[in-house]
Write a protein that binds this ligand. Structure first.
Ligand SMILES: [Zn+2]
Ligand SMILES: [Zn+2]
Ligand SMILES: [Zn+2]
Length: 149
């Protein structure tokens, strides 16, 4: 049952789940103050395009992009020593600068010296700029995101 609504993005949450694993204690505290939820990354990420800035074009499972499974982004790893990109256990073409979004993490590695995880826009379903955030990927307050409780 979804009985709580994020006051910033309108995402529905289950009150029991909020206290029991859907959110960390910190996240639940922020949610209860109306500061957002993990879906909108606490009011920083556009929930229409998942922060990619591109209009989602796949609306159902059958037509969904198989590459990113409809998320419009993927996590690529970059190895410093090889200077190559990996995804799902394979080498992949380096993402274009425009497709590279954000470095998520960086950690030491025996073979590569350093591995970096990057959030990368899906090259297969990146299309028109998102109508909600105008392609910025940033959070947009929607008019109907009010908590009835
Ligand atoms: Zn939210
Ligand atoms: Zn957007
Ligand atoms: Zn895709």
């Amino acid at each position: 049952m979804s009985d709580r609504t994020c006051r910033r993005c309108g995402e529905r949450w289950d009150a029991y789940g909020i206290q029991h694993g859907d959110m960390t204690a910190d996240e639940a505290a922020k949610f209860n103050k109306g500061l957002g939820c993990p879906a909108c990354e606490f009011g920083t990420k556009c929930t229409n395009c998942y922060g990619t800035g591109f209009e989602p074009v796949f609306t159902d499972w059958a037509n969904m992009c198989k590459k990113c499974l409809g998320k419009h982004y993927m996590i690529y790893a970059w190895g410093q020593r090889s200077n190559r990109w990996h995804h799902a256990g394979r080498y992949v073409a380096p993402p274009e600068p425009a497709l590279k979004m954000k470095r998520l993490d960086r950690f030491p590695n025996d073979y590569e010296d350093w591995i970096e995880d990057w959030k990368v826009r899906c090259p297969d379903c990146s299309g028109d700029p998102c109508h909600e955030c105008n392609g910025t990927g940033k959070f947009v307050q929607t008019a109907d995101a009010t908590d009835p409780a």
